[in-house]
Design a protein around this ligand. Structure first.
Ligand SMILES: Nc1nc2c(ncn2[C@@H]2O[C@H](COP(=O)(O)OP(=O)(O)OP(=O)(O)O)[C@@H](O)[C@H]2O)c(=O)[nH]1
Ligand SMILES: [Zn+2]
Length: 365
């Protein structure tokens, strides 16, 4: 079987970065010391070359991961060696990497890249989750992680058929929680909004779908993939080659173009660095805070506080201010855990955060 690499997201700018005497391949799955790669000639296993082994021993961020583009050296036996990784345009990194090393090959030795070269990050939040309404705080959190990866977030309010009247108001609230981000209602079961989602993948872009369990992520991916993924899994189940099912689950080329990366790691979105992502999700609050009279305003009792003014006028929901504080604390905690250089700076910030927490605790009715 042969593949048209442009359908896997290969571009001229990546081609310009390919070293001589190598061929390009996209990593569809990784194992200890080897990766499964898709080249124009099909799927192959590629052992890591000396350069990759050396770099990843020094820092796991240099380990190949799903979505990476790799430079492959053809071996005499017809196999390939994974000689090096091409520069990542985006990366989902778990723990332990300072931001400037995210796309490169250095860090503090604790990070792990879960997925690379993801263009679009769909944040799926169900309009109704059992009896609960959509969780705006979770949308803010996942959207921050999406920005931090370098990809473009798109919020999908899934299972929209469950909501009934008032969906428009919910979408307005969601838009306020993710300023500057496209927001769409989707019902995979009714097929509503699915084509809109597909349009984001035009030009063979790569996406991931983040969201809580039960958000309808698999149902959406199946709706995008049509019968093809289902058919593949049925055939695979019949011949018992479980490994291939996994491959298809991790880097899924869609029949209409584009790819979806779906790994267990990316689904269980845990702790990531997200300083910059939080700033972007709360860009409206950052802008307000810039207007406070004191540049180190804690937005608690200070005179001339633009944030408190917006709260009073009703322009800013209290929930959003609390969510901002919570995610700032979380981001600061992550950073302190992962980047020793920041630790000293953070100690002073922590003091004021604790003071703030004590103060708001005392103010609670
Ligand atoms: N009413 C309604 N139900 C849906 C829709 N999409 C998915 N569901 C149902 O919601 C349940 C969960 O859907 P999944 O696609 O498995 O959710 P998931 O996000 O992949 O969940 P995890 O695999 O646990 O992460 C299933 O019973 C689906 O049939 C929808 O658009 N409308
Ligand atoms: Zn203020």
């Amino acid at each position: 079987m042969s593949y048209d690499l442009s359908l896997l997201g290969w571009t001229d700018s990546r081609a310009a970065e390919l070293p001589g005497d190598t061929v390009p391949g996209r990593v569809s799955r990784v194992d200890r010391g080897t990766a499964e790669v898709v080249t124009s000639a099909g799927r192959h296993h590629a052992r890591y070359g000396a350069r990759v082994r050396r770099a990843s021993a020094a820092d796991p961020v240099a380990l190949p991961c799903v979505g990476d583009w790799a430079a492959l050296k053809p071996l005499p036996a017809g196999d390939y060696e994974l000689a090096e990784l091409l520069p990542r345009t985006t990366a989902f990194v778990r723990g332990g990497v300072s931001r400037d090393s995210r796309g490169g090959l250095s860090g503090d030795g604790q990070g792990q890249v879960l997925a690379a070269n993801v263009d679009i990050v769909f944040v799926a939040e169900p309009s109704m989750h059992a009896t609960d309404l959509a969780d705006l705080g979770r949308i803010e959190r996942l959207t921050a992680l999406a920005w931090e990866s370098g990809g473009t977030p798109v919020v999908l309010v899934t299972k929209s058929d469950l909501f009934g009247p008032g969906l428009g108001d919910l979408l307005d609230d969601v838009r306020q929680a993710a300023p500057g981000v496209d927001v769409h209602a989707v019902s995979s079961i009714r097929g509503e909004g699915v084509e809109l989602v597909r349009d984001y993948l035009d030009g063979s872009r790569t996406a991931v779908v983040l969201g809580p369990s039960g958000a309808g992520k698999s149902t959406l991916v199946n709706a995008l993939a049509g019968g093809e993924v289902m058919e593949t899994q049925r055939v695979r189940a019949a011949d018992g080659r479980g490994r291939h099912t996994t491959v298809h689950r991790e880097l899924i080329p869609l029949p209409g173009g584009g790819l979806v990366i779906d790994t267990p790691g990316i689904r269980r979105v845990g702790l990531y660095d997200m300083n910059e992502g939080v700033e972007r999700v709360f860009s409206d609050l950052e802008a307000l805070a810039a207007e406070c009279r004191f540049h180190d305003c804690g937005h608690e009792t200070e005179p001339g506080c633009a944030v408190l003014a917006a709260l009073e006028s009703g322009e800013l929901p209290e929930r959003r201010l609390e969510s901002w504080r919570k995610l700032q604390r979380e981001a600061a905690w992550m950073a302190s855990r992962t980047d020793a250089r920041l630790r000293k700076d953070l100690q002073s910030k922590w003091k004021s955060i604790h003071k703030e927490m004590r103060r708001s605790g005392r103010n609670r009715p």
